[in-house]
Design a binder for this molecule. Structure first.
Ligand SMILES: [Zn+2]
Length: 89
């Protein structure tokens, strides 16, 4: 596991894969490739997650269950991966 990913930094990274583990959102980023927990400003990491195409690019749109903070994370390969062990690199 890498360090927590503060939501304030989330728009600066590109997401490779993501999954929900025990109610927390884990993402793996192009930068470093480590699995990190996306952490909200309120300290929680429980997000409403939606993938969508925005301005022709894939994004992972998240909104905190606790405080409503929202962010969009670049998701270059818009592909929902439930278990990245099966992902073909
Ligand atoms: Zn929050």
């Amino acid at each position: 596991m890498g360090p927590d990913l503060p939501v304030a930094d989330a728009s600066n990274v590109s997401i490779l894969t993501w999954k929900v583990v025990d109610g927390e959102l884990h993402v793996r980023t192009v930068e470093g490739g480590l699995e990190r927990v996306l952490r909200c400003v309120c300290g929680r990491s429980h997000w409403i997650v939606e993938t969508r195409i925005q301005d022709g690019r894939g994004v992972l749109a998240v909104k905190c269950h606790g405080c409503g903070t929202a962010a969009t994370l670049p998701l270059p390969e818009l592909k929902v991966v439930r278990d990245w062990r099966h992902r073909i690199a």
